[in-house]
Each structure stands twice: as structure tokens, then as C-alpha cells.
Write a protein that binds this ligand. Sequence first.
Ligand code: GDP
Ligand code: CA
Length: 322
Amino acid sequence: MKRNRTGKVTVLAGGVGAARLLRGLVELVPASSLSVIVNTGDDDVFHGLHVCPDIDTILYTLSGLSDPDRGWGIAGDGFHAMDQLAGYGAETWFRLGDRDLATHLFRTEELRTGKTLSQITAAQARALGVSVRVLPMTDVPVRTVIEAPQGRLSFQEYLVRERGRPAVRAIHYEGVRSARPAPGVLKAIGEAGLVVIAPSNPFVSIGPILAVPGVRSAVRRATAPVVAVSPLIGGRPVKGPADRMMRGLGMKPSALALAELYRDLLDALVIDAADRSAIGPLETTGLRVAAVPTLMSTPARSIAVARHVLGIGASVRAALAS
Ligand code: GDP
Ligand code: CA
């Protein structure tokens, strides 16, 4: 049964961690009350096609198409097109499945005819039966660039081609200063009864969203409680380079470091039970904290984490009202 005392819920999202939380939230909040603001800093062009890895992960997960083991692409997809491309000598380190290619073909052609990324994403969500509002953070191209010892790498070169191994000296969001939030983004934050920062990489998933002019201040000013879920379990990410990035940028990977990155935004933080020693130090900074199992390896675990997010949001709201 879906109860909805929270009102509208708006989630800031990267890829897999966010998709796992969303598959829980949709079981507790009506889809029509859920908006997701998705990172587009990972977007890139491959074989002439505009690929949006985080939007696709969210759409494929919410439509039930995703490959749960791989964490990207469509379950059971084939790779005949990639094999053919490799035969032509093309670089194929960024794998795109045959059915997945249709998503990028459609998006690229629609962009060419002048549609915006938010219009196209809304159309793709509708076609896939996703009634959650999926909003790209901006319609303006923003590119996350990693400064590594060997030079500047696009985010996918760093993460996929180089497997996240290069040391990270700095991270840039190219184009972000002239970006504007996509239509509906600021409204979704302002109208929300709860704002959730998903368990996504704070530098390359949430960072670009907050860097779009106006977004960070909208979250800071939001009347709704702001709750983050930590992507770290025992100080380590479930996948990806969040801890190595934290170290590279001079931080000790921990729930405390995460809270510090979001300090001006958060009312509450959901951390993993393995990190419960951080509860005391976090609470002294004025945060409300829940330490619970946050590994969302099954749909049931996703629902459990989503329930904690709604619960702690409600307790912040109750404290504000009293
Ligand atoms: P992606 O690389 O595009 O999938 O972007 P994300 O930033 O969303 O995903 C990577 C982050 O998600 C990592 O920091 C993970 O620790 C986090 N993550 C993935 N699955 C889970 C989970 O089940 N629980 C928690 N707490 N974090 C998760
Ligand atoms: Ca991503």
C-alpha cells in the first residue's frame, strides 16, 4: 500500500546507487509525486551518438529493463553492433548493447531536429512506461573532466577505459557556468516535501548537479527536509571510485567527509550500520542520523532503505513543526 504523508519527493541522482534507491521509493511514494534530477556530466558521444549513462540507468531500472548484475545497459542485450564496429577498427571500450543503441539513436536524432534533452527524456520515459518525472539537471552540455597525472581525461575515459585507476588531482565540470537548470528542476526542489540526495558519487554524480547555477542554493533554501544516503559502507563505496577520489582530493573517505561536502544542505543523513561509529561526531554537527543496512542488493532491501529515508525526513519535519 502506498501511503503518502510526505507529499512530493525530489531525488538528486547519479546512476546505479540512485536507481537502487528509486526502485524502493516508487513502492512507497506514488510515481506521480516523485521527481528525479539526474546528472548529465557523464554524458558523452560515442560513434556519433549522444549517450546519457545516468539517465539511461535510471530509465532502465524504473522500467524493469536493466541488467541487475552489470549495473548498466539492458538485461539480455546483445553486442553484435559492437563486434561489427570492432571489426572496422573502431574503439569499443565503452560497450553499447544492440537494444541500448536504439535509445541513443533516438536521442541523437531528436537532438538533431532541435528537441531538448528534457523533452526527449520525458518522451523516452513515457514510452518505457516510467511515470516518475525524470529531469536531466540541465539541457546545456556539461562535461565532467578528470585531471590525472597523464593529463585531462573525459569522465568515461577515466572510469571505463582507464578503469578508474589514475590518481585524481582535480575535477572540473566543463560548461557548467553557462548552464541553466532544465525546466522543472528548480520547481521540483522548491515544491518538494522531501529532498533526497541519493547514494551516488558526491564528486561526479551529485557534484555536477549542485554546480548547475541556482541548484545548490535552491536545495539550501528548500523548505523541505534534505536527507542524503551515504554511498559508503564501512568507508568504502559499493562500486566505483568515490573513496579513491576522496583520498586524491585530500579527504579521509568516511560518512563525516560526505557530510562535510553537503554541510550547507543537509538536515539528515542515512549511513550504513557499519559506519555507526560516525553517529556521535555527525550528531554534534547538528545532523539527524540513521545507521541502518544500506546495501540495496535486492528490491526488498531498496524498499527498506527508502523507508528509512522517508522516516528520517518525517522526523525532521516533526521536529521543525514542534
Ligand atoms: P554510477 O557510477 O553512474 O552508477 O553513479 P553513482 O554515483 O550513482 O553510483 C556509484 C555509487 O553508488 C558508489 O559510490 C556506490 O557506493 C553507490 N551505491 C551503489 N549501490 C549502492 C547500494 O546498494 N547502497 C549504497 N549505500 N550505495 C550504493
Ligand atoms: Ca554515472
